[in-house]
Design a protein. Structure first.
Length: 135
């Protein structure tokens, strides 16, 4: 009989990637993407030379401080804040941009909902006259 000189087949060991490593890598990528997204507005503003989304309100604060110290009587700070918001929206120059106070917004939403107040009577027409059909 013929002897076979067979060498054992050596297979490379499979590298098992643990679930913990995959989760850690995914979290690192997610955190990096989040930070990049947050910082991108600042980077884009710096690259394009535009301002970021904040306003320097120091002059407005200075005006309020002066007004508060020189005004005879008590100032309604909520009215002042609402007035500044109205003015900011109006100064945008967009005729469709409007600031609503909480009460104005509620009234506007009620107008859009189609709700009505009244006595609850249903009117109809009979012989060219308006008549109450039901209440």
């Amino acid at each position: 009989m013929e002897s076979k000189n067979e060498e054992p087949i050596v297979r490379p060991a499979k590298r098992s990637v643990s679930l913990v490593r995959v989760v850690i890598i995914a979290l690192l990528i997610a955190v990096a993407a989040f930070v990049a997204g947050i910082r991108s507005t600042t980077w884009i503003a710096q690259l394009t030379g535009t301002k970021s989304g904040t306003l320097d309100l120091s002059s407005l604060q200075a005006l309020y401080t002066t007004l508060n110290s020189k005004y005879e009587g008590k100032l309604d700070t909520q009215k002042l804040i609402d007035g500044a918001k109205h003015g900011l929206a109006e100064a945008s120059g967009d005729p469709y941009t409007v600031y609503f106070t909480a009460d104005e917004a509620k009234s506007f939403m009620n107008d859009l909902e189609g709700t009505f107040d009244g006595i609850g009577a249903e009117l109809g027409k009979k012989d060219n006259n308006l008549v109450v059909i039901s209440t």
